[in-house]
Design a protein around this ligand. Structure first.
Ligand SMILES: Nc1ncnc2c1ncn2[C@@H]1O[C@H](COP(=O)(O)OP(=O)(O)OP(=O)(O)O)[C@@H](O)[C@H]1O
Ligand SMILES: [Mg+2]
Length: 379
């Protein structure tokens, strides 16, 4: 049996007991939910949205008696997709007597819904022309049934909510149901594309305009990350030693990058050993090498003024308008002004006061290096 297991997970959402901090964010989410307010939770990719939702749902169930339902809308493209995702979410979360009652209700509707193994997805596969709309209406109204079957209040989290933009008029459909659910359910809409989330919630002409309290998930505090990393090293018979400072500096509070770097560092230290700066150097290089193809694709996806603006933010130390940097990059203020909102809409940069920051510290390091490649050595 494997016993010496790397304690740093960076490739999937974490179980509630495994996450660093986020106590305040969990409380804020639940306070809103219990108070009947809907929340839109925004954070860049890999900042721990799904982990936070899982924690808030678990706490909400345990402490407030809420019925938790987490619906993953990642890359949905049709009403049928959305219908299947919501049905499966209820199938995963409902338990015991409530589940039996809800399942009975769904089966009685006669439209193919069921919490069992063969639900609406089987019906849609058998008959691709079947209209998923009646099933979707029934599912969106389930919180009313939960209330009727025992006074339960539901906490429903839609993860990757921005992806519903791919399905025409879905936001209107969702609104037409949830606007009557204030007494029976609370909703959290989580998303990672600020541009798309803004279109859904901040445009006066859109159905969900102003319907949810905004909440932003930020970086982790270095002391929280440091304590977690040191503790996990110690628990697994290693010492993070002198490498910790460099790791915290390079991760810059980015949750997934911190865990990726810690994972790599841990892997480079023998059982019983202490991490050295040489271990750190190798771990850092390994992490950047792992991400190289992804960063390269991301970079090629940008147009020239976006690429130069990213460099300008980095080389200007957070200020993209420094004259010497602009001149060196052959970039104009006007190009920067136009590129900044696009970079912010896709969460590549964030603004803090009048400073701009690259969201992903490892991407910033990759850009820095590709702008300044090592010199060729004469033979
Ligand atoms: N609070 C946290 N404590 C420790 N690690 C975290 C925390 N939040 C996120 N992470 C790290 O980030 C990774 C991604 O977390 P999660 O999947 O919850 O983020 P996400 O924002 O939902 O990502 P995506 O944009 O891919 O959906 C986790 O595997 C973990 O390594
Ligand atoms: Mg997620």
């Amino acid at each position: 049996m494997l016993t010496d297991i790397n304690p740093f997970v960076y490739s999937h959402p974490l179980a509630p007991a495994e996450i660093i901090d986020r106590d305040d964010e969990t409380r804020e989410l639940l306070t809103n939910a219990v108070g009947g307010h809907y929340v839109r939770l925004y954070a860049p990719r890999k900042y721990g949205k799904t982990s936070l939702l899982q924690r808030a749902l678990a706490d909400g169930e345990r402490e407030e008696g809420l019925i938790p339902v987490l619906v993953d809308l990642y890359r949905v493209v049709s009403l049928a997709d959305v219908t299947v995702r919501i049905e499966r979410a209820y199938a995963r979360h409902l338990k015991g007597a409530v589940r039996a009652r809800v399942d009975q209700f769904l089966q009685r509707t006669g439209i193919g819904l069921s919490l069992g193994a063969t639900g609406i997805s089987a019906r849609i596969q058998l008959d691709p022309k079947a209209d998923p709309l009646p099933a979707l209406h029934a599912l969106l109204d389930l919180p009313l049934r939960l209330e009727q079957s025992g006074g339960y209040r539901a906490l429903i989290a839609f993860d990757e909510f921005q992806d519903i933009q791919k399905v025409p008029d879905l936001d209107g459909l969702v609104r037409s149901h949830i606007q009557y659910h204030g007494d029976v359910a609370s909703y959290v809409f989580a998303g990672s594309e600020p541009g798309l989330m803004e279109q859904l919630f901040e445009d006066r002409d859109r159905p969900l305009y102003g319907s949810a309290v905004p909440m932003r998930l930020g970086r982790l505090a270095p002391q929280d990350v440091g304590a977690y990393v040191a503790e996990r090293f110690a628990e697994s018979g290693r010492d993070v030693g002198e490498a910790l400072g460099s790791l915290l500096h390079a991760a810059d509070g980015h949750p997934q990058r911190a865990m990726l770097l810690a994972h790599r560092l841990w892997a480079s230290v023998e059982p019983g050993g202490a991490a050295t700066l040489e271990n750190w150097r190798r771990a850092h290089e390994a992490a950047l090498a792992e991400l190289d193809a992804e960063f390269d694709a991301e970079w090629r996806h940008l147009d020239t003024s976006e690429q130069k603006t990213l460099r300008s933010v980095i080389e200007g130390g957070g200020s993209p308008y420094r004259g010497d940097v602009l001149a060196r990059l052959a970039l104009t203020k006007d190009m920067v002004r136009k590129a900044l909102p696009r970079l912010a809409a896709s969460a590549l940069i964030e603004r803090h006061g009048d400073r701009h920051e690259i969201v992903d510290p490892l991407f910033a390091e990759w850009i820095r290096r590709s702008a300044d490649p090592p010199e060729m050595v004469d033979p």
